[in-house]
Design a protein around this ligand. Structure first.
Ligand SMILES: Cc1cc2nc3c(=O)[nH]c(=O)nc-3n(C[C@H](O)[C@H](O)[C@H](O)COP(=O)(O)OP(=O)(O)OC[C@H]3O[C@@H](n4cnc5c(N)ncnc54)[C@H](O)[C@@H]3O)c2cc1C
Length: 377
């Protein structure tokens, strides 16, 4: 049986960033990923935006990790040739009635330490984005786009170069506490780990449940986000990133317009609770819904300009307000949970790592490195 200092469950962007950080200090680091490739979950099914940190409540883990993660992700991408582009973004108030909400968002961003925020008027919006309609906007210079797949691969490559064992086709099926560690049984074999990190994304509650941890009570609710792509002839309609005001209930940042690294234009993501954590495609929304949703920001867009693209699933800690309803209302915002398990102190649990998890990954990895050091030192 293999012996490990550390086993990380889950090879998404967060697990890979943790493997990179931990393999700098520790030998015998294993990362176990259930699927055939790394990053096939939320980590490659997102908007690919390096967020600034304007949205999250001051003092929250989301605010702290997003702001630091923004800086670390830019530095990492530049140092390791990960495709990214500093487009900046605008968050647009469509009418005077949205102005006070926009100003409150600006104040929140400043409180979180996001630099360079500026309010711009309709004329300045048009100068930046000639096809976008808006009354007023926040200009956010530190937002960028990144190839999330390349980012995952780069974190994993560096971890492997430092000696970490990255194992795919390795679904963790059983966890047993052994007193001085955790016995991990996966489809690839057994490992005795001195420390375990649960970074299983949508399935983190189920992995916590394998141990009998009380943290499995933090149930994860899948919320699907779907995208549409503009046909080639319409991709020029935006130059960078254009966001509406976020949902007031915290469900999502709103259906936005994203210029991707490849130069295409995405509209989305939508936000709907689904029952099955693997349900990416059933009952997809029609392109007409996307066109209707985007028209306020981009009046020229028509349903005939759009084709359905991929979807991703958010790992939400907040249940739908009415689980019986077809389109239940969301009720509240939850922070990331990152802590040593109260009943199994050799286990670090990460739960509810939804957006801005892609941006936050290297900063989350720093926090996890410190928690793992408490266990292993
Ligand atoms: C629609 C959408 C848009 C988003 N846009 C952005 C954005 O623009 N910017 C941003 O910062 N964030 C964004 N996010 C959030 C970001 O994508 C996630 O926070 C991030 O990818 C989470 O990474 P993760 O490693 O925790 O999870 P995942 O990528 O889901 O990885 C978890 C991994 O664990 C594996 N796993 C699960 N169970 C087991 C098991 N038992 N054994 C072994 N392996 C297991 C899974 O196969 C999976 O690969 C978005 C998310 C969505 C859904």
């Amino acid at each position: 049986m293999d012996q490990a200092n550390l086993v990380i469950v889950g090879g998404g962007v967060v697990g890979c960033a943790i493997a990179r950080a931990l393999s700098a200090s520790w030998s015998d680091v294993f990362l176990l990923e259930a699927l055939p490739k790394l990053g096939m979950g939320a980590s490659s099914r997102n908007s690919g935006v390096i967020h600034s940190g304007i949205y999250y409540p001051p003092g929250s883990l989301k605010a702290r990790h997003c702001v630091r993660g923004n800086q670390l992700t830019h530095e990492f991408c530049a140092a390791h040739g990960v495709p990214h582009r500093n487009t900046g973004k605008i968050v647009v108030a469509s009418s005077p009635s949205e102005s006070s909400t926009l100003h409150a968002l600006m104040k929140n961003g400043c409180a979180n330490g996001v630099e360079g925020l500026r309010l711009i008027n309709r004329g300045e919006i048009r100068k930046r984005e000639p096809h976008v309609e808006g009354y007023e906007a926040i200009e956010v210079p530190s937002t960028s786009i990144v190839s999330s797949e390349d980012l995952v691969k780069a974190y994993a490559r560096i971890a492997a170069d430092r000696g970490a064992n990255i194992v795919t086709h390795a679904r963790v099926e059983r966890l047993e506490s052994t007193g001085d560690g955790v016995r991990v049984t996966s489809s690839a074999g057994e490992i005795d780990a001195r420390c375990l990190v649960n970074s299983a994304g949508l399935f983190a509650d189920e992995v916590a449940g394998m141990l009998g941890s009380p943290m499995a009570q933090h149930r994860i609710y899948p919320v699907r986000g779907e995208y549409c792509e503009a046909v080639r002839g319409k991709q020029h309609l935006i130059r960078g990133l254009v966001y509406p005001l976020p949902h007031a209930d915290g469900l999502s940042l709103g259906m936005h317009l994203t210029k991707t690294i490849a130069g295409s234009m995405l509209i989305g993501p939508t936000a709907h609770y689904v029952r099955d954590k693997n349900d990416y495609e059933r009952d997809r929304q029609p392109v007409e819904d996307f066109a209707a949703g985007a028209k306020t920001l981009l009046p020229e867009i028509e349903a005939s300009d759009l084709v359905l693209a991929y979807s991703g699933i958010r790992a939400k800690l907040v249940p739908p307000a009415d689980p019986a309803g077809k389109h239940p209302a969301h009720a509240g915002i939850a922070d990331f949970i990152i802590q040593r398990d109260p009943d199994f102190p050799r286990v670090v649990q990460l739960m509810g790592i939804e957006s801005p998890g892609l941006t936050s990954a290297p900063s989350i990895a720093e926090q996890v490195r410190d928690l793992v050091a408490e266990v292993l030192s």
